[in-house]
Design a protein. Structure first.
Length: 125
């Protein structure tokens, strides 16, 4: 009987420990904010391509001077308000989502620009 209780205690500890780890992982993901890569894949890649090289009327984001500018103002404004074929994302994505996707774009495919903040996006809206 004692052995069974001990095994039950060990099993419960394992289950509770696993549940706690899952909650902590979920909380960490939520605290990290939106996934810029996922947003890019669903909203941007169809035009600018998965590799950021664009094509046809859609400009490459890889190596793009506006993407890599020290002041992200131009790319934030274009993303929020739209320009030409680029749709406005102001009413479609939150400030956090726009900041996340632009940070993703500014740090991938050889781009090495600084992160975009929610405050920068809010200033344009």
């Amino acid at each position: 009987m004692k052995a069974q209780r001990k095994l039950l205690g060990i099993a419960l500890a394992g289950i509770l420990g696993g549940a706690l780890a899952a909650v902590q992982s979920t909380n960490a993901t939520l605290a990290a904010g939106p996934d810029g890569a996922a947003i890019y894949a669903s909203k941007c890649a169809s035009c600018h391509k998965a590799d950021g090289k664009g094509g046809g009327p859609f400009p490459a984001l890889a190596g793009n001077k506006n993407v890599n500018a020290s002041d992200a103002g131009a790319i934030v404004t274009e993303t929020v308000k739209g320009k030409g074929l680029m749709p406005a994302y102001s009413g479609k994505l939150s400030n956090a989502e726009i900041a996340a996707v632009l940070t993703y774009v500014r740090s991938n495919w050889g781009n090495k620009a600084s992160a975009v903040t929610e405050a920068q996006v809010a200033a344009v809206k």
